[in-house]
Design a protein around this ligand. Structure first.
Ligand code: FAD
Length: 331
């Protein structure tokens, strides 16, 4: 049998996060194409990793690797790079697929640097073989690159929100293999000391099924109240263009686009956003786009499925009012 294919799976709240499911899907395809067993190294402290193993049933995984070290928690980037490198040496995989988030790319880049291997980020498709042929996103997704990856161990990450998450295949929860790793003080020197907890109940932009985006046309930080109201009614999240984050109307973490977040909602409602390419690359995975803009010639119209030409401060409250009216009529 061929060398195993290894996915890097980050555990959030005792289950794999979305990016990890994408990495698992890509890795599963490679494993199927090479007749290789699929394995995963779980990025979480030992007890958390063990408690997440049952949730990996149906993902085609043969083995879940739990890393043991008394000081290693999910918050040590260098520690995890050292740990994943040691797992690679122990298991001898032909390829390793990591998560395409900033942290996931950082982890794989550190693994690559430690092992003296090349690493390909933002992969969409992989044809395994003697040489691996990859299709990957470049320039924030505005072009696709076909390339070869030649290495004894092929390290890659998956482009976020771009690979379909595979359906459960009926496979049982994987076997657990525990690997004790050796870390030195330098591996643990860099670690996360605190986090800003998201507001309770707030839906993250990358997971939201409905995203309301605001641009310069919103006019002010206060102008976002109309968008927040609509998001509240639809169970969605509010984001914005770089203009609004640069102006301080919204935090930088809410920026959608090339230098912000990639979103993949069922519907993206872009309000007062012109549709610059740097914005659109962050929202093109949306299933549908509704543009609300005073300018019928705005570039966003070229990518929108639906459009309302008008002042967003009239149109958005009117949509909210209509939703309320219909809900009241239905109850
Ligand atoms: C390297 C680089 C990286 C970048 N990264 C990003 C990024 O990650 N994300 C990003 O968003 N941008 C990014 N940008 C900036 C990008 O090029 C645009 O400048 C920005 O997206 C424009 O924001 P906007 O659409 O809000 O503003 P504008 O382009 O000024 O558009 C405002 C729109 O609002 C409409 N409007 C005005 N008033 C109303 C109203 N009352 N009702 C309805 N519509 C109204 C106007 O018709 C117009 O279409 C980047 C640029 C560079 C060079």
């Amino acid at each position: 049998m061929s060398a195993p294919i290894l996915a890097v799976v980050t555990i959030a709240g005792n289950v794999p996060d979305r990016g990890s499911l994408e990495a698992l899907s890509l890795a599963r395809g490679i494993a199927a194409g090479t007749d290789a067993p699929l394995e995963a190294v779980l990025v979480a402290d030992g007890p958390t990793a063990r408690s997440a193993v049952a949730s990996l049933a149906g993902s085609g995984l043969k083995t879940a690797i739990v890393v043991e070290h008394p000081l290693l928690t999910g918050d040590h980037p260098d520690g995890w790079a050292a740990a994943v490198a040691q797992v690679i040496e122990d298991r001898g995989p032909g390829a390793v697929v990591g998560v395409g988030t900033e942290r996931g790319n950082e982890l794989m880049a550190r693994v690559a640097a430690r092992m003296g291997l090349p690493m390909a980020a933002n992969c969409l498709a992989v044809e395994p073989g003697e040489r691996y042929r990859l299709t990957r996103q470049r320039w924030a997704g505005s072009l696709l690159e076909d390339c070869w990856l030649d290495a004894p161990v092929r390290l890659m990450t998956v482009a976020p929100n771009s690979v379909a998450i595979g359906e459960p295949d009926g496979s049982p929860a994987p076997d657990v293999a525990t690997i004790a790793v050796t870390l030195d003080d330098r591996d643990l020197a860099l670690h996360v000391t605190s986090r800003d907890a998201p507001e309770r109940g707030r839906i993250s932009l990358t997971d939201a099924k409905v995203v309301i985006g605001g641009g310069r046309g919103v006019g002010s930080a206060e102008g976002f109240a109309d968008l927040e109201e609509l998001a509240g009614l639809l169970g969605g999240a509010v984001g914005g263009s770089r203009v609004v984050t640069s102006a301080g109307w919204r935090p930088h973490a809410d920026q959608i686009g090339q230098t912000g977040l990639r979103i993949a909602p069922d519907i993206y409602i872009a309000c007062g956003i012109s549709g610059a390419i740097q914005h659109v690359v962050g929202s093109k995975a949306a299933k549908h786009i509704l543009a609300i803009n005073t300018d019928p010639e705005a570039p966003i119209m070229g990518v929108a499925d639906y459009a309302v030409i008008g002042d967003l401060h009239v149109v958005v409250p009117a949509i909210s009012a209509e939703i309320r009216r219909r809900r009241a009529a239905a109850s």
